[in-house]
Design a protein around this ligand. Sequence first.
Ligand code: DX5
Ligand code: ZN
Length: 216
Amino acid sequence: MKPLISPSVLSADFGYLADDIKMLNESACDLIHIDVMDGVFVPNISFGFPVMKHIKKYSEKPLDVHLMIVQPEKFIREVQEIGVKYMTVHYEACIHLHRVVQQIREAGMSPGVSINPATPVSLLKDILPEVDLVLIMSVNPGFGGQDFIANSLNRVKELKALIKETGSKALIEVDGGVNLETGAQLIDAGADVLVAGSAIFSAPNPSDMINKMKNL
Ligand code: DX5
Ligand code: ZN
């Protein structure tokens, strides 16, 4: 099966965001990945709900929101009102992850959970049946353009086995340092969704790059 491609607008040109969203609308991508950073959970600040609202206004693709923030449960209502498909929170940011996941589902969105590179995949076992997506970070979150951490391939394989064992239907999404080379390796390892920022937006022809990723 072809992978789903979720371009990260963190690498888009924010001065011409509507143009970049239009390009994505016309491309073969499946989702639009939106990175929210709070300067606390990660050492960087990206953008918040006013920008997300504008992305939604122009986007014809479902939104895939990745919250790199502490206490994401405080913002379920805001994200719901914008109208997104996936709302993904970090395992490391939620003391009561099960409750947060339930609340996201009750709000009519698909819950996702993300883990940092040092968080063991095995910790996800009990939440797997409750989520629609698991986002494996293949860099330390906070910045675009970092190098892919090779051990992420083993983590995807481990997660794939755990998903099978628990009967979960969760998709495996991978984020950070994804390009044509690492993307191909990730698909072999079992990834379903590829997030890519710099590999797409720094390419001479971003739409063509999306096509290439889609056909890996
Ligand atoms: C990083 C973000 C990523 C980022 C990926 O913390 O979660 O989504 O945009 O950028 P690249 O693809 O350039 O590594
Ligand atoms: Zn992300």
